[in-house]
Ligand binder design. Structure first.
Ligand code: NAP
Length: 488
């Protein structure tokens, strides 16, 4: 089925429709993976189900293109990435109207994602020509140390469903800038955006085989087969910590370099001296971007006693005012969750918290179908030992906890296996920075509800991941330093 079938007619530019696996510059037709609209549960389209053989053909194609791409002057690689950025920007509305139905996110969120995603191509077009090297004297003064950087090799890129465009460009941009060829495996729930972007990449001048895209119903077997192939030297994964752990073990067998962007459990700290309105504005962004389906989503709100009640009242008012509906409807602010299973998990976490004494101030019960809807929800009086404090909610639920002292806030914030993102609101910048230093996370937003920026290093500590994406460090994940010991 193509996307201009009656069920999907008009939601996107027909020129961007997926028509098969994208391997070696060819579109290989097939089916087997239905793509659902989580707003209705209806099938939007079907994409091919790649076999291990298809994956090996993708590795062959990436290998065939590797030497030529690595030898392409950085300036030429940069120009192609830059054209890809321009094309994504020109097709922004079409892409947003693909993301929204397949993922469910509200159109404003989808438009925001396309702009964010395209920026990775612009940023890495700029970084492609700035790959660093090193020249040093040995401490003895007798010799010289020269460090060059080579492309690491063929990279397998695996992305989740929550940001179908941005999680792909955040990997493809630095990989191509570094001179690597790639095989992208997008999430089965949201493959249409990845295929559409591949079409734009070809139009931008990405040579055949440099970017390959495949979808499969057996991600474990297909990815393991690629990792077992000695030509594959890099795995860049974004997804859950559980799958990340499995893939790390698999990659260890051939000592494949891994970058891992995994789950989060972000604390959002509000001190008595915070600007209440600013904290509420930030809380709404940190919690409700993508309807809470973000790895950086504020998962635990710790609010100091003096401002606690006003914060809960303000948050409740704002959350209750949000308009819920199908992602693609113009008035929608909060779309559906990705699956019925996701709604069931949120419902379980909220019900358990309520059973332990939490009080619902708005929301709190799944909405009837069709579609997988959970309403914006605020919980107060949540006991810190409730499961919801320790699990990634990945939905529009804001549990609020009360704290008294700075030390207590830091201790609570760190009471998790995760360490991706954290938010601190205080008018006292010295305190905010001190608290930020004390929190075990890769990123801290101070008096801001949004931290994602293609120019900044994104990533986590503890069980939230390994390595960084974006910024000047992102390209290093796809480069291997080579040291020359030199005697002049
Ligand atoms: P997921 O279940 O881990 O899936 C992520 C990707 O891995 C999908 O493409 C999936 O394919 C694939 N996959 C699943 N099992 C696999 C296996 N055994 N071997 C190889 N690949 C496998 O995660 P998700 O539910 O899509 O995404 C939500 C999670 O991603 C959350 O935990 C969130 O925090 C995290 N995330 C992290 C970041 C970050 O930057 N740190 C950003 C966004 C999301 P299928 O779709 O075919 O199953």
């Amino acid at each position: 089925m193509t996307l201009d079938s009656p069920r999907t007619a008009g939601f996107a530019n027909p020129a961007l429709h997926a028509q098969g696996l994208y391997i070696g510059g060819d579109w290989l037709p097939g089916g087997g993976i239905p793509v659902l609209d989580p707003s209705t549960g209806e099938v939007l389209a079907e994409v091919p189900d790649a076999s291990i053989g298809d994956a090996m053909r993708a590795v062959d194609a990436a290998e065939a293109a590797a030497a030529g791409w690595a030898a392409t002057p950085p300036r030429a690689r940069a120009e192609i990435l830059r054209r890809w950025f321009v094309l994504m920007t020109e097709h922004a509305e079409d892409l947003a109207r693909l993301i929204s139905p397949e993922n469910g996110k509200a159109l404003p969120d989808a438009r925001g994602e396309v702009a964010y995603a395209a920026e990775f191509f612009r940023w890495y077009a700029e970084e492609a020509v700035r790959v660093p090297g090193e020249f040093r004297h040995t401490p003895s003064g007798a010799h010289h140390i020269l460090v060059d950087h080579d492309p690491i090799g063929i990279a397998v890129l695996i992305t989740p469903w929550n940001f179908p465009a941005a999680m792909a460009t955040r990997k493809i941009g630095p990989a191509l800038a570094a001179g690597c060829t790639v095989i992208l495996k997008p999430a089965s729930e949201t493959p249409l955006t990845a295929y559409a972007m591949a079409r734009l990449g070809a139009e931008a001048g990405v040579p055949p085989g440099v970017v390959n895209v495949l979808t499969t119903t057996q991600p474990g077997a297909v990815v393991n087969a690629m990792l077992a192939d000695p030509r594959v030297r890099k795995l860049s994964f974004t997804g859950s910590t559980g799958v990340g752990r499995t893939l790390l073990a698999e990659a260890a067998k051939k000592v494949v370099s891994c970058s891992m962007e995994l789950g989060g459990n972000a604390p959002f700290l509000v001190f008595d001296d915070a600007d209440l309105e600013a904290a509420l504005d930030g809380a709404m962004i940190a919690k409700m971007r993508n309807a809470g389906e973000a790895c950086t989503a504020a998962n635990r709100f710790y609010v100091q006693s003096g401002i606690h009640d006003a914060f809960v009242a303000g948050l409740t008012q704002r959350m209750a005012a949000l308009r819920i509906g199908p992602g693609s409807a113009a008035e929608t602010q909060v779309g559906p969750m990705i699956t019925a299973k996701a709604v069931a998990k949120i419902d379980r976490l909220v019900s358990q918290a309520v059973a332990r004494g939490a009080r619902v101030t708005t929301g709190g019960t799944p909405l009837p179908g069709p579609g997988y809807f959970y309403p914006p929800t605020v919980l107060e009086n949540v006991p810190v030992e409730a499961e919801i404090a320790h699990e990634e909610i990945f939905g529009p639920v804001a549990p609020v906890y009360r704290f008294e002292t700075e030390a207590e806030a830091i201790r609570l914030a760190n009471d998790t296996e995760y360490g991706l993102a954290a938010y601190v609101y205080s008018r006292d910048l010295a305190r905010a920075l001190r608290v930020g230093k004390g929190i075990e996370s890769g990123m801290v937003a101070i008096n801001r509800g949004l931290m994602s920026d293609p120019a900044a290093p994104f990533g986590g500590v503890k069980q939230s991941g390994l390595g960084r994406e974006g910024g000047v460090t992102g390209i290093l994940e796809f480069l291997e330093p080579k040291y020359f010991a030199v005697q002049f």
